[in-house]
Every structure is written in structure tokens, then in C-alpha cells.
Design a protein around this ligand. Structure first.
Ligand SMILES: [Fe+2]
Length: 135
């Protein structure tokens, strides 16, 4: 199962939309490699590559929110922290269990579900606020 970026997920902030597409790309590469039965070492490298990008991307959003004085930024930051916490424990499980079908399904379900909800609602909400201030 892949993750497709679509206009319904567009925030209207070009840099952020580009980063979301990159994020989906990295996630899809990882999920496809899991399906293809790639080795643990390789999968773990991809998971780390994905994680690094998530951290970079969340920080980029938070900087824009600070710059524009987005009122709900501390709550938005908490959503990001919660994702990182869950993702970190999935990564830890991966280190212990390896790419079991259950764990891959869990990573798939959690990351895709979270990203679609978060981008579709929370990111679009902050982007609306930022874009209305920058006009
Ligand atoms: Fe966000």
C-alpha cells in the first residue's frame, strides 16, 4: 500500500508541500522495500533516512509558525512531538523484532493515517492562518 499526495493535502505553502511530497516519497520507498523483502540493515537505513527528514520537516513548519506568530503553534508542536515519540518506539521495535509482517503493517497504518490526518487538518489550518497574514 502506497501513500499518494493529492491536491486535497495541499497547504498552499510551496516549500511545505514540496517537503510533504518528499516525505511521502521516502515513506513509499521504505514500504516498497519492506514488501520486496529487503535486508534488515537496508530497511533500518531507510527508516532512519525517513526519520531524519521528518525531524527536518517538522522544524521547518515550526519555524514558519514562529515567524508568523501562529497562535496554536505550541499545540501543533505537541502533535509533532507525539508523532516522533510513536515513530521512535516503532523504530526501536524494528531493531528488536526486525521487519515482521505485524510491525510493518503497524508502521504502515500509523504513519499513513497520521500524515493524512495531520496534513489534511492541522497543516492546512496553520497554512491558512500564515497565508492570510502574509498578504
Ligand atoms: Fe505539521
Amino acid at each position: 500500500m502506497g501513500l499518494a499526495w493529492g491536491e486535497h493535502l495541499a497547504t498552499g505553502i510551496e516549500a511545505i508541500d514540496d517537503q510533504h511530497r518528499e516525505l511521502f516519497g521516502r515513506l513509499n520507498v521504505f514500504l516498497a522495500a519492506c514488501d520486496a523483502g529487503q535486508g534488515n540493515e537496508e530497511l533500518l537505513g531507510m527508516l532512519q533516512f525517513l526519520d531524519d527528514y521528518v525531524v527536518f520537516h517538522f522544524r521547518a513548519e515550526e519555524l514558519i509558525q514562529e515567524e508568523y506568530g501562529y497562535l496554536d503553534r505550541s499545540r501543533h508542536r505537541q502533535y509533532h512531538c507525539m508523532f516522533i515519540d510513536s515513530f521512535t518506539s516503532l523504530k526501536r521495535r524494528f531493531l528488536i523484532e526486525g521487519p515482521t509482517a505485524d510491525l510493518i503493517a503497524e508502521i504502515n497504518r500509523f504513519t499513513i493515517g497520521w500524515l493524512i490526518d495531520h496534513i489534511g487538518e492541522k497543516d492546512r489550518e496553520f497554512a491558512r492562518s500564515v497565508l492570510s497574514r502574509s498578504r
